[in-house]
Ligand binder design. Structure first.
Ligand SMILES: NC(=O)c1ccc[n+]([C@@H]2O[C@H](COP(=O)([O-])OP(=O)(O)OC[C@H]3O[C@@H](n4cnc5c(N)ncnc54)[C@H](O)[C@@H]3O)[C@@H](O)[C@H]2O)c1
Ligand SMILES: CCCCCCO
Length: 254
């Protein structure tokens, strides 16, 4: 998908990975970039507007843990303004294995609910035009950071959900792919709690190994958007963009 002249909704577009990705998206000249985020950062929004005055950048406060009906109401406002939306990026995530319910609510249920809500507007069975969904999951969805099993499992769940969305595309008209960053230096990764405190130094230990910058991640994120490959499992690690072949062990045959 060429980003130029498209309408993009970016949930969590102001975070560590999110803001650098928003910058790279804006540089590619979409018609509209609508950022939904729990954090408000008017300075960042102003910076994005200044980066490319041809792009209309708007912000709406949004918490992915709200009921689907509330998300639908917000989307109604956005669609009324934009008329069409080409891409939804679901990027919200927290990393704190002391917050079990919230981790699942944000990282998994939030992604599911936001996706479910936009189907009201996109599902071709309802006369919708279809659309594209990019879900930010994680390499931990492939192989866990086992000291944060709840976080890792929430990302595996989001990855599985995204893979299913892609298989459902012939029915819904909505395609999907996952964005799976490796360890990227953002506020999320500095200090965080391990499950039952099994490893209090988990963050410190991880950061002893090679990592990538948010800019490297963002530049590859844009390449994945441009590739627009339904069902792709993109690994964005150490500055590289890798298409992961998922090993099939079983098939439902339906
Ligand atoms: N940094 C990494 O190493 C890494 C690796 C793989 C995946 N990820 C994922 O990338 C995404 C961005 O993470 P980051 O590293 O930039 O961290 P970050 O903390 O800088 O960004 C997290 C983003 O999610 C938003 N968010 C959190 N809770 C929310 C809620 N309830 N509703 C709406 N938005 C909410 C935050 O406002 C922020 O924009 C997350 O989903 C994270 O799990 C990060
Ligand atoms: C340093 C730990 C980063 C964990 C986020 C991976 O999704």
């Amino acid at each position: 998908m060429a980003i130029a002249n498209k309408n993009i909704i970016f949930v969590a577009g102001l975070g560590g990975i999110g803001l650098d990705t928003s910058r790279e998206i804006v540089k590619s000249g979409p018609k509209n970039l609508v950022i939904l985020d729990r954090i408000e950062n008017p300075t960042a929004i102003a910076e994005l507007k200044a980066l490319n005055p041809k792009v209309t950048v708007t912000f709406y406060p949004y918490d992915v843990t709200v009921p689907v009906a509330e998300t639908t109401k917000l989307l109604k406002t956005i669609f009324a303004k934009l008329k069409t939306v080409d891409l939804l990026i679901n990027g919200a995530g927290i990393l704190d294995d002391h917050q079990i319910e919230r981790t699942i609510a944000v990282n998994f249920t939030g992604t599911v609910n936001t996706t479910t809500a936009i189907m009201e507007f996109w599902d071709k069975r309802k006369g919708g035009p279809g659309g594209v969904i990019a879900n930010i999951c994680s390499v931990t969805g492939f192989n866990a950071i086992y000291q944060v099993p709840v976080y890792s499992a929430s990302k595996a769940a989001a990855l599985s959900f995204t893979n299913s969305l892609a298989r459902l595309a012939p029915i819904t008209g909505v395609t999907a792919y996952s964005i799976n960053p490796g360890i990227t230096r953002t506020p999320l990764v500095h200090k965080f709690n391990s499950w039952l405190d099994v490893e209090p130094r988990v963050g410190e230990l991880l950061l002893e190994h090679p990592t990538q910058t948010t800019l490297e991640c963002a530049q590859n994120f844009v390449k994945a958007i441009e590739a627009n490959q339904n069902g792709a499992i993109w690994q964005l690690d150490l500055g590289r963009l890798i298409s992961v072949e998922w090993t099939k062990h079983w098939d439902s045959h339906i």
